[in-house]
Design a protein around this ligand. Structure first.
Ligand code: SF4
Length: 636
């Protein structure tokens, strides 16, 4: 079992029991690591019908075989749990150094259940594992508390903490680490908060068993040397994800004022260059990353100032254009506010913009909100974010996410509550990007670009659009874009849904493959040097497909009536043509959405309601899942 420490840390917070167990070889063979582990454990071990904020929900943290070893960007940490946002399978990952410390402490997997009797934090220092009181840290902002833990425990400790939003169980509360790296999506921070856990603190001083250390160093050195020769290297690092802002706007995909349109007139003031000109102090990277895409800087605004990491593209899109904010310092400051409250910038941006649109349309009144609010106004956005963080007034409802909020408020507000499965849509307006829309609609965890990104393919009208960097530099710059194809997009969507999460199995960042053009044999060869086992890239993709199907089955088991009706986008996208910009007039009709779903389910080997067929599950080696699903549902 090389590449792993072969140890599972199992903690019951209700009883205080802490156990160290052996990692099951079968789990490694069948699920590789990271997201594969979280999916399998959630399916096998979560008591059926547990509610997300019940003590019985699991909080799983899983490492991959590459984590902490001599290969570019092996600092990703993966979390799995039942999501308070969707009620189904939830997961989220983050960069930084946290999971690496966990592996160096001698563990691969943390499975935590129960609820601590009072506010606590988890202390891990190699063999020493303790549940310690956290009364003095409770209530602190996520960035503030990380600093406090480092002062108290020592700089060498890696900290993953929640902010007040996690303590107050907001459905889009995040986990924060390294002063700006977040596991943001699907409410992971609320799950930790529901367990009365403020933070996990780790110091690891050990090493990881490797099959052939000499070959590993040779291969790793080779790959590091290749990095600078890659065509995307020079383009990617200086601006990171923010470098895509101009292109997204030029192709009419920039969500603007609650996705009412897809072109933001002030985009030049919030793009990657604006970060370099007005915010950035230094680049910042995750563990072992040769292409540090994080930008650490200082945001000075009329309403406050702060040091902040970012904003990266998603925060620019959802806190910037989607709130009408056209000033990079203001976007940076809003990013800081979200980080300190401990909320996902994406969902927070969507929730705030939904509330403002409700106010503009008279659905929410001044009395409901407590004051006038408007787009394009920093103080309005700060006001609403603070209410969300404190769960005060309308913020208490907004903290539940736009699905719950719009269902409660009604009056047509559901139409422009921009989410799928209760998870808010990320930074790509897709009314003229059918593949991208289908990817959002069918993603296992809800509307998340980390599961599928085919916007470039939609724009290029090709299944092979190249990297984002190629698109930016080659860029489509038409004034008006033609209607993108609706048919034949499911293949590229499924390919992307298997490819992007594949890196979550290994414990690496995907961006070196996506943006720099890493070869698959880098991964195959390195895997062999660390584990002594041969693996083909097709095998990794097959496991990724298995995990995708397993998560679908988890949702079917846990959510009554789950199926096709959970895969539709918000009505705005099939009822309202885009009013202006390069995609003016475009939208995707409901009939086209139905036909895309039919095509997608067929290509996946699912039935018309989106349920994996028995044959498909057996083909993927999920016989036990097939048996459980078809024994209770009575056949296909
Ligand atoms: Fe982290 Fe960015 Fe490097 Fe990926 S490319 S490992 S997100 S710094």
């Amino acid at each position: 079992k090389y590449g792993f420490n072969n140890r599972v840390l199992r903690i019951n917070l209700s009883t205080g029991e802490i156990k160290k167990e052996e990692l099951d070889q079968k789990l490694i063979d069948e699920f590789i690591g990271g997201r594969g582990f979280t999916s399998k454990i959630m399916y096998d071990e979560l008591p059926v019908n547990t509610k997300p904020l019940d003590p019985e929900n699991l909080f799983v943290m899983a490492m991959g075989p590459f984590n902490g070893l001599f290969f570019p960007a092996t600092g990703k940490t993966h979390f799995g749990f039942k999501s308070p946002a969707s009620g189904g399978y939830g997961d989220s990952n983050m960069g930084g150094h946290f999971g690496v410390a966990f592996k160096y402490a001698g563990y691969d997997l943390l499975i935590m259940t129960g609820k601590a009797k009072k506010p606590s934090y988890l202390y891990i220092e190699d063999e020493k594992v303790e549940i310690r009181p956290a009364d003095k840290y409770w209530g602190m902002g996520a960035l503030t508390v990380e600093k406090k833990f480092k002062e108290d425990l020592g700089e060498e400790f890696q900290i993953a903490a929640i902010g007040p939003a996690g303590e107050k169980l907001s459905s889009f509360a995040c986990i924060s680490h390294d002063f700006g790296r977040q596991a943001g999506r699907t409410g992971v921070g609320a799950v930790l908060g529901s367990k009365n856990i403020k933070a996990i603190t780790i110091k690891g001083t050990g090493s990881i068993p490797v099959y052939d250390p000499e070959a590993m160093l040779k291969k790793g050195k080779y790959v590091y040397e290749e990095v600078k020769k890659k065509p995307g290297f020079k383009g990617w690092t200086p601006q990171g994800t923010a470098g895509i802002t101009d292109w997204c706007n030029e192709v009419g995909a920039c969500p603007t004022r609650n996705f009412q349109t897809s072109y933001f007139e002030n985009y030049k003031n919030i793009n990657g260059q604006a970060i370099l000109d007005h915010l950035k102090i230094t680049d910042k990277g995750c563990y072992a990353c040769p292409t540090p895409c994080g930008k650490y800087g200082y945001a000075k605004t009329k309403s406050g100032s702060a040091y902040v990491e970012g904003p990266e593209y998603e925060s620019i899109a959802l806190l910037g254009s989607n709130c009408g904010i056209g000033d990079i310092a203001e976007v940076g400051y809003l990013n800081y506010i979200c980080d300190e409250w401990g909320v996902d910038t994406i969902s927070a941006g969507v929730a705030v913009s939904w509330a403002i649109e409700c106010y503009e349309k008279g659905i929410l009144t001044k009395e409901d909100i407590g004051r006038d609010v408007k787009f394009d106004d920093l103080d309005s956005i700060i006001y609403l974010l603070d209410l969300i963080g404190k769960r005060k007034g309308i913020g208490d409802l907004l903290a539940e996410g736009v699905k719950v909020a719009s269902e409660k408020i009604g009056k047509g507000s559901e139409k422009f509550a921009i989410h799928v499965k209760g998870v808010e849509w990320t930074g790509y307006e897709s009314r003229n990007a059918p593949g991208m829309m289908l990817g959002y609609m069918t993603a296992d965890i809800g509307a998340h670009h980390g599961r599928c990104w085919v916007l470039g393919n939609d724009v290029a009208g090709s299944a092979d659009a190249g990297s984002v960097h190629d698109l930016i530099t080659g860029g489509a710059k038409a004034d008006k874009l033609p209607k993108a194809r609706r048919k034949g997009v499911s293949g590229m969507v499924i390919d992307s849904q298997h490819l992007r999460p594949a890196f979550d199995l290994l414990g690496t960042c995907r961006l070196q493959y996506m943006e720099l053009g890493f070869e698959v044999d880098y991964y195959e060869d390195f895997y062999y040097t660390i584990t002594g086992k041969k693996i083909k890239w097709e095998d990794v993709i097959k496991v990724s497909e298995k995990v995708w199907n397993l998560n679908r089955c988890f949702n079917i088991r846990e959510i009554e009536g789950y199926g096709r009706n959970y895969d539709y986008p918000p009505a705005r996208f099939y009822e309202e043509p885009i009013p202006d910009g390069p995609n003016e007039g475009h939208y995707i009709t409901f009939e086209e959405i139905e036909s895309m779903l039919d095509e997608y389910y067929k290509a996946r080997g699912w039935d018309k309601n989106g349920l994996p067929t028995k044959e498909k599950l057996i083909e993927l080696g999920l016989e036990d899942v097939a048996e459980a699903m078809y024994a209770t549902s009575g056949g296909e």
